[in-house]
Ligand binder design. Structure first.
Ligand code: 13P
Length: 288
């Protein structure tokens, strides 16, 4: 199966009270690990690509070509969406032209009027090609690949205004943060999430900053309408720990342990483990 829009899988998740994971990719190992795990668990999956990661991988066309070819050569049968994460106005257009099947346009740093104008334009361009659109209201705290947010909790009325533009799913800031959570983090704002869902109805909601949110909070967020959870840093931490262990145990010095395919193998296996744990937590196993 080729790449699909994320609309159908997320509408199904919203109706079925589970969430689909967006796992951000950085390179071939990341992509392969995530796809193999999704297939093994029969789970739909969204591959997230930040603008920084796309640049690192030499551009949107490279990423799109790699993912399309890998889905085909691995014989992946579960639904896979290739999604631009926190896209700028220009980035959204470029990823769309390169064949991404889903686009996040993050206009949260504009005033609400400009966010509405630009989101509307991106929705028209994407829907013409059957590509799904995520928009953002409020902001996700912390930093991801140079995108910095103050972490404002979204205004439910503004969420409704953006949802009414015909977007397919909505990221609303509810106290969530990219990267590790600080020790004094106050947790997710469930009252805000509840109010947002009451305004936006059946619209699937997106929880960014999936790394480090306690499991019971993730589950509660799903009961309040979250149908997509984004995970980036946690796969990086799993990869780091496994790679560190390999080197600290001196395995790179034994035989052909320096072979990159051997050196990167424990990290790749650790990403698979991370993705598996998240898919089980989100309830998407067996939903493909
Ligand atoms: P984390 O890096 O905190 O998992 O956040 C991922 C994310 O929200 C991607 O947009």
């Amino acid at each position: 199966m080729g790449l699909v829009s994320a609309k159908e899988m997320l509408d199904k998740a919203k109706a079925g009270h589970y969430a689909v994971g967006q796992f951000n990719i950085n390179n071939l190992e990341w992509t392969k690990s995530i796809l193999l795990t999704a297939e093994e668990l029969k789970s739909p999956v969204i591959l997230g690509v930040s603008e920084g990661a796309a640049k690192y991988m030499t551009g949107y066309t490279t990423v799109s070509a790699m993912v399309n070819a890998m889905v085909d050569s691995l014989g992946i049968t579960v639904p896979v969406a290739l999604h631009l994460d926190h896209g700028s106005y220009e980035g959204a257009k470029a990823a769309l032209a390169a064949g991404f099947s889903s686009i996040m346009f993050d206009g949260s740093h504009y005033g609400i009027e400009e966010n509405i104008e630009k989101t509307k334009e991106i929705v028209a361009l994407c829907h013409e090609k059957g590509v799904s659109v995520e928009a953002e209201v409020g902001s996700i705290g912390g930093e991801e690949d140079g995108v910095i947010g103050k972490g404002e909790v979204a205004d439910p009325k503004e969420c409704k205004m953006i949802a009414d533009l015909g977007i397919d799913f909505l990221a609303a800031g509810i106290g969530n943060i990219h990267g590790k959570y600080p020790d004094n983090w106050e947790g997710l704002d469930f009252d805000a999430l509840d109010a947002i869902q009451q305004e936006t109805g059946t619209m699937p909601l997106v929880l960014h900053g999936g790394t480090g949110i306690p499991e019971d909070m993730v589950k509660k967020a799903i009961t309040l309408g979250v149908s997509k959870v984004n995970v980036n840093t946690e796969c990086q931490l799993y990869f780091q720990e496994a790679t560190r262990k390999y080197i600290e145990e001196g395995k790179d010095l034994q035989g052909k342990g320096y072979d990159p395919r051997k050196l990167l193998a424990p990290g790749a296996a650790a990403i698979q483990q991370c993705v598996k744990e998240k898919m089980e937590l989100f309830g998407s196993v067996g939903k493909a």
